[in-house]
Design a protein. Structure first.
Length: 191
């Protein structure tokens, strides 16, 4: 049994080690010999097309020509208020909790659905990268981390995970640049 940090998990899965199935342990062990059919190449992941986002003019951005006085505006009762949708952070936390429980396939499906609805979430793309990374799909993880960094150039978690992937692929110079970039962003955000 080998214990590593979260950033090194992809290195061990790439080397054929299997996760121990203990949430948040990052423990790995050797897999039993696999049948020849299990060595089939992974299918290329095809992401759904990004929805076109258009901004409708809301009442807040449309200049009011004849605004009603405050006393004339009707107030609604608290029971008439619609129930707010779960926050993006709560949805991401729920998907991460699924992954922590070892439900990687379920978390991956939920994350892909989340991104179909909220495609511009750098945190969502980073989580998708982590899920692919944990499942041993380095190519898909790399693409997801790149998308997260594209959406948020200072996304530290995505930068560090992407650096680990580049490092494991032999691109130490690229990995070093990404780590420096993440450290610069951390210094700037803490100053």
């Amino acid at each position: 049994m080998i214990f590593v940090g979260p950033a090194e998990a992809s290195l061990l899965t790439r080397e054929g080690l299997a996760g121990a199935g203990v949430p948040l342990a990052f423990a790995f062990h050797a897999q039993p010999a696999a049948s020849p059919s299990s060595h089939a190449p992974a299918a290329q992941m095809v992401l759904p097309p990004q929805p076109v986002i258009t901004r409708a003019r809301s009442a807040a951005t449309t200049p009011a020509r004849h605004a009603a006085p405050v006393s004339d505006v009707a107030t609604s009762s608290p029971s008439a208020q619609p129930t707010p949708a779960p926050s993006l952070e709560a949805a991401l936390a729920a998907m991460a909790a699924m992954a922590d429980r070892g439900e990687l396939d379920r978390a991956l499906a939920a994350c892909q659905q989340f991104l179909a609805e909220h495609g511009t979430s750098a945190d969502g793309w980073c989580l998708l990268g982590v899920l692919h990374d944990a499942s041993g799909r380095a190519t898909e993880a790399h693409a997801a981390y790149r998308k997260a960094v594209y959406l948020d150039p200072g996304h530290e978690e995505a930068l560090y995970h992407l650096a680990a992937l580049l490092d494991s692929g032999g691109d130490t110079a690229g990995a070093h640049r990404l780590r420096e970039r993440a450290q610069r962003h951390a210094r700037m955000s803490h100053d």
